[in-house]
Design a protein around this ligand. Structure first.
Ligand code: PEP
Length: 251
């Protein structure tokens, strides 16, 4: 269902105590604000249990940053969708550009992960986005279309409703260089048009499309004011409770 969503991606940051402090602070501050926004906190795996336990009694949901493309079994170092579901994890990021770059994840592998998550009742937060040279050579629409078609368009109209899409231009991630509101809206409207073409307007209007890439308390309002921008996937700014809360309340 289409909602305003702000998800924090902590990436590979923080020690256990810092993580414990941060998630508790976010929970406390969320209790003090009135917001309709769905808030998701995605810590590293070792901190998922404390996050998901606290989420049960707080106004946010716990999410993972990655999932295995395999079911349970002899896959050392992997964490399956079934395991995440058994820990009450509701969301999981897939296809982040850092996983595509450093772990060579392909659209096909990401597609498998999306299916595994949906089979376990977990909503994928599917990331897509172009690199700087792809935007400069005006290939950004084609790149994003290929990522979406190859990783999501095997899903049925019912299944896609449980997917959240995050448009994250790679040149904006962790760089301090944000897309303008107009650039975000242009791509989000394009993504929604692809969804309309494949699944019809009734379905496409129900899917939340988030923006990610150096989103912060200063630019969140301008980004979220656009009609096809339904919130944000937040990296760096999600590690500071005040900044994260300011973004959550930027609608
Ligand atoms: C991200 O990693 O998903 C992200 C958007 O990072 P940042 O906000 O730090 O650019």
């Amino acid at each position: 269902m289409r909602r305003n969503i702000v998800a924090g991606n902590w990436k590979m940051n923080l020690g256990f105590e810092e993580a414990d402090d941060l998630v508790n602070l976010i929970a406390e501050k969320l209790d003090e604000v009135e917001t309709e926004t769905t808030v998701i906190v995605c810590p590293p795996y070792p901190y998922l249990e404390l996050t998901s336990d606290l989420a049960q009694e707080s106004n946010f949901f716990a999410g993972a940053q990655n999932v295995s493309s395999f079911d349970n079994g002899a896959y050392t170092g992997e964490v399956s969708a079934q395991m995440l579901a058994s820990m009450n994890i509701d969301y999981c990021i897939v296809g982040h550009s850092e996983r595509r770059k450093y772990f060579h994840e392909t659209n096909q592998e990401i597609s498998t992960k999306v299916v595994k998550l949906l089979e376990s009742g977990i909503s994928p937060i599917f990331c897509c986005g172009e690199a700087l040279e792809e935007r400069e050579s005006e290939k950004h629409f084609d790149v994003v279309k290929t990522q979406i078609v190859e990783s999501l368009f095997n899903l049925t109209g019912e299944e896609i409703l449980d997917v959240i899409i995050a448009y994250e231009p790679v040149w904006a991630i962790g760089t301090g260089k944000t897309a303008t509101g107009a650039q975000a809206q242009e791509m989000h409207a394009y993504i929604r048009s692809l969804l309309t073409e494949k699944y019809g307007k009734e379905v496409s209007e129900e899917i939340s499309i988030l923006y990610g890439g150096s989103c912060n308390p200063k630019n969140a309002k301008e980004l979220f004011a656009n009609k096809d921008v339904d919130g944000g996937l937040i990296g760096g700014a999600s590690l500071k409770a005040d900044d994260f809360l300011a973004i959550i309340t930027s609608f």
